[in-house]
Design a protein around this ligand. Structure first.
Ligand SMILES: C[S@@+](CC[C@H](N)C(=O)[O-])C[C@H]1O[C@@H](n2cnc3c(N)ncnc32)[C@H](O)[C@@H]1O
Length: 261
């Protein structure tokens, strides 16, 4: 599909936002449809979410889960902690985090897609996770005070941003000193060619925006966060197109833990 971009070497942010919103509106409303990526409980269990905790989360949130890995083992959330989730989708990870921080903790899920926010907020009200709130915002401009949270978490989202340096710098800004960034995301072994990175449709599919792993880690470091752990996740795309790109460019899912210095 043709992408309208003023700069031919860059994806157009407005175009990208429309496509990402369109994709994740569908994910919120129609999780039963087949996408090029896997979703739901089967995926969550394969990437090692414990079933006993999933059982405490609304099943409709799990149906629309479109993360790419498990990072809660790295995050080690504790009772009473304050956590921000970047790109909270239908709410599965926010609810998972709520089971770990308990009623005295606080989870703020950030997302830009109305249908995801409506679904996650409705499920929160139905189940009564009163320590969880969802806010409409961009992950590049967090509506959160500086030095105020213990952990920033995110699953399969940062690859979708055309301004990743801003995302990591915002994460570092809101974290307290010693706070943790714990994320799962898609990266590549080799830099993707421009015919892929300039295509907003492939970005919305979590492929076009995937960054070369060393460059990705450098952005985290540049934001003032020290990486202490990196692991590969048992994640795979479904469609033939996506599988081809995965082989050709070494596209893979990783989880990272980094600490604010
Ligand atoms: C792949 S889904 C992952 C959702 C959720 N983390 C999960 O595991 O199911 C990506 C989500 O991030 C949101 N998103 C993508 N880019 C964003 C941005 N720049 N600002 C805010 N939300 C964004 C989308 O609306 C979507 O809900």
């Amino acid at each position: 599909m043709k992408t309208i971009s003023k700069n031919p070497n860059k994806v157009d942010r407005h175009d990208l936002e429309l496509r990402v919103k369109d994709m994740y509106k569908k994910v919120a409303l129609h999780p039963e449809v087949e996408y090029h990526f896997e979703m739901g409980r089967k995926l969550a269990e394969r990437v090692h979410y414990p079933s006993s905790t999933l059982d405490k989360i609304p099943s409709q949130a799990i149906d629309s889960f479109s993360g790419v890995g498990y990072y809660f083992d790295l995050a080690e959330l504790k009772t009473g902690e304050a956590v921000v989730e970047l790109g909270s989708g239908s709410g599965m990870d926010a609810f998972f985090a709520a089971t770990q921080v308990g009623e005295t903790g606080e989870i703020i899920g950030i997302d830009m897609t109305d249908e995801q926010l409506e679904k996650s907020s409705r499920l929160r009200d139905e189940v009564g996770f009163s320590q969880v709130t969802f806010r409409k915002s961009y992950i590049e401009e967090l509506p959160i005070m500086s030095n105020s949270v213990d952990a920033v978490i995110s699953n399969g989202v940062i690859n979708l941003s055309s301004e990743k340096a801003k995302v990591f710098s915002e994460a570092a800004r809101v974290l307290k000193t010693g706070g943790r960034l714990a994320i799962s995301d898609i990266v590549t072994e080799v830099k993707l060619p421009e015919n892929i990175t300039c295509n907003a449709t492939l970005w919305a599919a979590c492929i076009g925006g995937a960054m070369q792993i060393d460059a990705y880690k450098q952005l985290i470091d540049d934001a003032g966060l020290e990486i202490v752990s990196v692991k590969d996740n048992p994640y795979a795309f479904i469609s033939d197109n996506a599988k081809g790109a995965t082989k050709q460019f070494g596209i893979k899912s990783i989880s990272i833990l980094a600490i604010k210095k």
